[in-house]
Design a binder for this molecule. Structure first.
Ligand SMILES: C[S@@+](CC[C@H](N)C(=O)[O-])C[C@H]1O[C@@H](n2cnc3c(N)ncnc32)[C@H](O)[C@@H]1O
Length: 240
């Protein structure tokens, strides 16, 4: 995997205070307006740890999906949102800040990532549910989720997990008619794997965008890669 480059601003002092003795940093992400404390409309602070798990830092896909959520904020306000493989949860936090009812999820037994998500919610004063949800597992809480919008940033990175991920996505889409899965993925192989997966799981693409096409230039300058944003829904709703 490529390492994450970030459009963020680190604050070592804040990080040391947050977690003395560990390699934790705080990155700042701005939405709407210039990237400075004075001129933005929204700022989200993320606790990251570069030495730890994939879910402990902000991947470029997350920066791009979070910006998309911000630009589409009227659509998110008042909607039920579930973020899968949320990691440091930037897109879900932006959704919460613009008025969505958000559940942030990651691997059920990865307490470090889940605890970090809870801390990040606290730092940003965001009222989100945090839930262990491993793709392809059918633990009780998943049956209570009826999202209007499912988010997933850089969740298509390990082909061994694609079927589990899409089993969960399809289950959630079926449990909430009209729901949509919005994902940003880093096409590292050059193969068009998303088309193959959609056919296999009875899904269709509503929208496909180059991730850089809507990104402000100040953010695009620090990111690289072939990143696409896709909106996916069920090809046919199940008959009632
Ligand atoms: C590449 S990271 C992306 C993290 C975050 N969405 C971002 O873009 O910054 C992949 C995320 O998927 C989570 N993940 C991996 N396998 C998973 C599984 N089987 N079930 C749920 N989450 C999983 C990881 O813990 C990690 O947070």
């Amino acid at each position: 995997m490529h390492s994450a480059s970030s459009s963020s601003y680190s604050s070592p002092e804040a990080a040391a205070a947050a977690d003395p003795g560990r390699m934790t940093t705080v990155s700042r992400h701005y939405f709407g307006g210039a990237s400075s404390d004075r001129d933005h409309h929204l700022r989200v602070d993320i606790l990251e740890n570069m030495q730890e798990d994939y879910g402990m830092f902000v991947w470029p896909c997350s920066v791009i999906l979070a910006e998309y959520v911000w630009q589409q904020r009227p659509r998110f306000s008042g909607s039920a949102v579930v973020e899968l493989g949320a990691g440091t949860s930037l897109p879900g936090l932006v959704a919460a800040k613009v008025g969505a009812n958000v559940t942030l999820t990651d691997i059920a037994d990865n307490t470090e990532v889940l605890d970090n998500i809870r801390q990040i919610c606290g730092v940003n004063d965001a009222n989100c549910n945090v839930l262990g949800l491993t793709w392809g597992d059918w633990d009780e809480p998943i049956f209570d989720l009826h999202p209007d919008i499912i988010l997933g940033a850089d969740v298509l990175y390990d082909s061994a997990k694609f079927d589990d991920l899409f089993a969960t996505v399809t289950f959630l889409l079926e449990s909430s008619p009209g729901a949509v899965f919005i994902t940003t993925y880093h096409n590292r192989s050059g193969h068009h794997l998303i088309e193959f997966l959609m056919v296999k799981w009875g899904l269709k693409c509503l929208k496909l965008l180059d991730g850089f096409s809507f990104l402000p230039s100040c953010k695009a300058a620090s990111l690289q890669g072939n990143i696409q944003l896709v909106e996916i829904t069920l090809d046919k709703e199940k008959p009632k």
